[in-house]
Design a protein around this ligand. Structure first.
Ligand code: ZN
Length: 134
């Protein structure tokens, strides 16, 4: 089990524990509970495959999928870059927040740029955003 899987499963464990301690019915969440995100091994496989694809495209040597911590967020969430919110965000050194799966490759490029050049390129000047995040 990778480090990322451990973190995700730890989160799921906490969610299950919360559900057991909660007072909702067995089939319906309490009406005031936040929306959840369904994650299984296919989600992790999806992230891993796209990470590998972006890394190969970038031709960078440093950086690994197992180094990343991923937080699943609402589709648009508050961030320091856009007043309207973000659908993905990379945070130094290895944290990626994902609101929409389509943002994953873009955030991986920020991570790979940081690991390999020391600059995550928050201004998006690198051509990798056009060539490898499609
Ligand atoms: Zn960006």
């Amino acid at each position: 089990m990778s480090f990322l899987q451990k973190r995700i499963f730890c989160g799921l464990g906490l969610a299950i524990l919360s559900a057991l301690l909660g007072c909702g019915s067995q089939t319906q969440a309490a009406s005031n509970s936040p929306q959840g995100v369904f994650i299984d091994s296919k989600t992790i496989s999806f992230f891993q495959a796209q990470f590998d694809e972006v890394k190969a495209c970038s031709q960078f040597s440093k950086g690994s999928f197992s180094d990343l911590s991923v937080i699943m967020m609402p589709p648009s969430f508050p961030c320091p870059y856009y007043s309207s919110g973000c659908s993905g965000e990379y945070a130094y050194p290895n944290l990626v927040k994902i609101g929409q799966f389509g943002s994953w490759k873009h955030e991986v490029i920020h991570y790979l740029l940081n690991v390999n050049t020391g600059d995550p390129d928050t201004d998006h000047k690198s051509s990798l955003f056009q060539t490898c995040a499609i």
